[in-house]
Design a protein around this ligand. Structure first.
Ligand code: PXP
Length: 248
């Protein structure tokens, strides 16, 4: 294998279903175990300010019970920094967060938020946590991420997934160029948001992207296929796209 690609499974929406009724079921930690058994290389969870899906104890249990890296998505707030420093996940992915949005809209503005991030990031790095910034596929945002000391960026694939036809091709080219730029300046490059069985292939084929984080679609498919089959199929599509491109 020359350049395999990791799959991080985001289990947030198992918690969304649990929270619809209260109680403890379905348990996102059980989903994480099953996703790992089916080939996930890591688990991603986004602790939102309003705790609308995963909650603090889910993060603690994931950290204690899963044997693959935990990617902790969080806003750049003091509260989240404190939690990250206590839980010590493998990595944090810093995302923008608006209370009223349904999901993360757009990437973090690493240029506009440079001053705040330059104070926010160092304690995380000092604690040995890898820092990733969830940003738009823009070279200037990547340059800012690099100069802030982030080791990783995650490129937002939401618009690529939302577009069709030529507009999607334009978005794909933007991601391709940005991923190449990330590699050139020494940033590990991830991608995610909105990816499905239909949209994952062209992104998985981009050699300089080494990890995808996928949640909502996989949890939805799990209703029909079971989470293990959904993860296995996604893994297979990623590997096939990589193989066709000569990267595996
Ligand atoms: N990456 C980041 C940074 C995200 O915020 C999300 C959504 O929580 C995802 C990946 C996964 O997106 P989706 O649930 O649409 O697959």
């Amino acid at each position: 294998m020359v350049n395999p690609m990791r799959l991080g499974v985001n289990i947030d929406h198992v918690a969304t279903v649990r929270n619809a009724r209260g109680g403890t079921k379905p348990d996102p930690v059980r989903a994480a175990h099953l996703a790992i058994q089916a080939g996930a290389d890591g688990i991603t969870a986004h602790l939102r300010e309003d705790r609308r899906h995963v909650r603090d104890d889910d993060i603690t249990r994931l950290r204690a019970q899963i044997d693959k890296p935990l990617n902790f998505e969080m806003a750049a707030t003091d509260e989240m920094q404190k939690i990250a420093l206590k839980v010590k996940p493998h990595a944090v992915c810093i995302v923008p967060e608006k209370r009223k949005e349904r999901t993360t809209e757009g990437g973090l503005d690493a240029i506009g938020g440079y001053e705040h991030l330059s104070i926010f990031i160092p304690p995380l790095l000092d604690a040995g946590i890898r820092v990733s910034l969830f940003i738009e596929a823009s070279p200037s945002q990547l340059d800012a991420a690099k100069s802030l000391g982030a080791q990783t960026v995650e490129l937002h694939t939401g618009q690529y997934c939302d577009e069709i036809g030529d507009a999607r091709t334009v978005e794909l080219s933007r991601i391709l160029v940005a991923a190449g730029h990330a590699a050139d300046i020494g940033l590990e490059c991830h991608a995610g948001h909105g990816l499905t069985f239909d949209t994952v292939g062209p992104i998985a084929a981009i050699e300089s992207i080494v990890e995808l984080n996928i949640g909502h679609f996989l949890i939805g498919e799990a209703i029909y296929l079971g989470i293990e089959n959904a993860v296995r199929r996604m893994r297979m599509l990623m590997d096939e796209a990589r193989l066709e491109n000569g990267n595996l």
